[in-house]
Design a protein around this ligand. Sequence first.
Ligand SMILES: [Zn+2]
Length: 719
Amino acid sequence: MDSITDGNGQVTFSHVGELLNIELGSAIDPGDTITLTIHYRGTPGLDPSGFGGLYFSGAYTYNLGVAFTSIPHSYGRAWFPCVDNFTERNTYEFEVRTTSPNNAWCNGELVDDVEANGERTRTWRLDKPIPAYLAAIASAPYTTMQDLFTSINGSEVPVALVALPADTSNMRASFTNLPIAFSCYEDWFGAFYWNKVGYVLTPLGAMEHTTSIHYPRSIVNGTLTREDVMAHELAHEWFGNVITCERPEEMYINEGFAEYLSYLFLERVYGRQRYMSLMRTNHRNMLLRAHITDEGWWALADVPQEWTYGEHYGEHSYNKAAAVIHSMRAYMGDENFSNGLTSFIESHAFSSVNTAQLRDHLTQSTGVDMNDFFTDWILQPGWASFEVDSFNTSVSGNLFPTIVHVQQKMRGPAAFYNNVPIQVSCIAADGLRWDAPSTATVGGEVSSFIVEPPFAPAQILLNTDGDLSLAITTDSTTISQSGSTTFNIADLRLTVNSFVEPFQARVEEYWVAADEGSEENFAFVVSPDRWWRVIADIPEGTEIMGRIIYDGRNNSSGMDIGLMQNLSGLIFNEDSLVLLYRPDQRSLWSVYPDFSVNVVGNPTDRSGRIEFNGLRQGEYTMGWRKSATGIGENIASENGWNLYPNPANDVLQVSWKGKGSKEGSLRLIDMQGRIAMEVPCTGNLTSVDVRSLAEGTYHVLHFPRKGPVKTVDRIVLVR
Ligand SMILES: [Zn+2]
């Protein structure tokens, strides 16, 4: 820092670390304007992650305005003095001197360009305010491809695609669909706010600096394979640049929307099927691994800064958010989704915004009450699933009024969702499908609704077309020949060995605990992770083999981590895995008669596959036999225990009033059949600290040193 001057000459300052303290000659009031000129030089900073800072790289000099690792992530300070956050905004003018043939690209409009004495001096001006992280500078012997887009407001918007001469034809080819991205976003979210659409090729990126996106050269190869990144960066000109998240913990407002908009772009170019196919894949990946790669279950509105971007690319802020915004669109309908967000951007243009403002604006401007949506999907972590528990049909003229009972379960630490609008379809015995004309509303642990199909339904489907990103993934197809069909989204492979005639197959994978309750009660650990529902009217004589890959490894491919844990005193081994089957939700699980476990080499590495013959319609899950504990039999309850308070909140007291010693342990089993807690017990008063357990009902079992397990009681924990 060389000097700081105001209109009256030099002012006193101190510079310690990242903080610049300036002592003004006289006091100023809010609303006053002062001009300070800061003279500085130095070596610009680089973020240790490899993304962020100002780079000198071969022919290129360029910045990336966010730092993946450094906090704050806003990284204007890498190259100029600034208030480095997401809320403070400034207009910018850059005067950049380079040696020829280098030429500089910055935000906004080129207002001056002088070449003299082997040097080139360019002046760029952006008259609308942006936060420091969106300021851009890049210099190289660039050439420019120019175009004009006509905005929906009638204005002409200049377009600049900037690259080294050798890269121009690739860039033109890879950006073929940029005009569609531009008009797609204008149609959804209103006229473009800025005075240029600009992409500048740089060795690293992508970074959405306003009107001068730094775009990685490596993905500009003349094909369209990464045009989603092109679309994502342009989307920031609406989400991120016109409105910016107030706190980095709410980065979904920038990144989740930008990512979602790249799906809207692909939907516009390639159609709904492509959109849904990509959305389903992303949705499955997030259910599987967002909490693993981001090392925790985070609410979208509260992702710690360590995971905003992170080495795994911020799964919650980007990709889970995209899945949730897909659901937001379904709650609102396309017209309200478009109008509500367009007017939100307009009314908060060039300022920072937060989740409460977004929720309240959408509710007020569209009349769709979005309070439950934000509480359930944005402000808490985890996921919800809705299962059809049972249904009853009556007859009324030509209609068959059917009351459908629905159960909700959670994946991760989420409270029950409320007032969820869900699509309902009925399937007749002959396979005919009827879609209810409007969504039903479900919520809470159990709920019910009535539909009136024109036939007696054999099956009820919820969320038929995948409009909501629930803790369920679904694949469906028509099987029209023998051979294998892999349901990638639902993690099941069918192989038709004996084909009779084509049939429809729908596989739903529920990423929540399978119900407890098997024909041999407590003989198995039943999967707390996932189960399947197969809906297929399989023609007589068709022979189908099924295959499930299991993976309990503690990494981001682990689908069965909860199932494959050791239990107190029992080591999990793949040889004890069983395939469990039940025809419907009202039935108990029983061991599937014809299955085999292929441990694929190692029975303790927690990965392998289960294969089974004679696949039929119904429900499937995995479990493992824990017979070594001797609790294969039904468990009798035992009088003489005293257990209080019930309901309990923080401490549960358990004592034995009957005869004899009760040394052993007490086990609390939750409603999914999982062991929630185990504590030693003598029979005298045992105080059990239950503060770490979730609200709900638990079975308390007594495991004596010798003799049979007995049920103590059921208790309810409340918070
Ligand atoms: Zn982005």
